[in-house]
Design a protein around this ligand. Sequence first.
Ligand code: KIV
Length: 267
Amino acid sequence: MTTPTRRPFTLSDFARCKTEGRKIGVLTAYDYTTARLLDEAGADCLLVGDSLGTVVQGWDTTLRVTLDQMLYHAEMVSRAARNAFVVADLPFLTYQVSPEQAIETAGKYLKGTQCHAVKLEGGVTTAPTIKRLVSCGIPVMGHVGLTPQSVRALGGFKVQRDETRVLADAQAVAESGAFAIVLECVPADLAKQITASISIPTIGIGAGVHCDGQVLVTPDMLGLFESFRPKFVRRYAELADTIRAAASEYLKDVREQTFPNDQESFS
Ligand code: KIV
C-alpha cells in the first residue's frame, strides 16, 4: 500500500482551511507512540492538552498539572509529529499572573521543545496577554466557553450558555491575533454564530458541527478512558475492552505455560 504524500500542516493552513471550508481535524496527544500513530492517520494538529491531568494522571481536574510535566509531554509529542502542527497547553497559573510570565512560559515550549504554538484559556481578560505573545512571534491558540482551568469559578464542567460573554470572549481572542480558537461546551447555535462572526477558525469540542474544526481528547475517542464520558464524545474504538482482553489472554498463557513457545525462545 502506498502512502499518499502529505506535507506538514502549517500556521497558514488554519486560515486557508477556514477560507476554503475544509474542516480541521485535531486530536490530543501526550506520548511519542500515540502521537506518531495519530500523525500517520492524518491529524492536522496534535494538542498536548493539560487534559493529561485527568486522562493520564488520574486527577479530577487539570489544575495540578505542572509546567515541567507539560514540557516533558510536549517534547515527546513534537518529536513524533512529522506533518501535524503541534500545540501545547500552558498550565494553570503559568500565564495568568502577567504577560511577562506568559512570555517566559511560552518561551520554554518554543525553545525547549519542537512544538509550534501554545494554547491558553480565557477571553476578554486574556486578550492583552495573547497580543503580547503574538508580538513576540509566539503563535497562540485561544480557548473560550468552558475553560477547565476555571472549573472552580464556573461551578463545575457545565455547558456555557451566556451568549454575550462567550461571543465577547471569542471576539477579543480573535482580535488579539490568535490563529485559532477552541470553543468548548457551548450550544451549537452559539458556536455557529461565533464561527460566522470571527475571522479565525473555531475548533469545537462539545460545540456542534458548525465549527471550522473539531477536537477530541484521544483516550475518550478511543474508548480508553472510562471514568467519565461527556455527551459530546463519540467513541471510534473500545480500546479499554481490547486491552483487558489482551492482558487476560496473556496472563492465562503465562499461567498455563503456553507462553513463551519455542519460536519465542532462544536455543
Ligand atoms: O486540555 C485539553 O485537552 C483541551 C481540549 C479539551 C481542547 O484543552
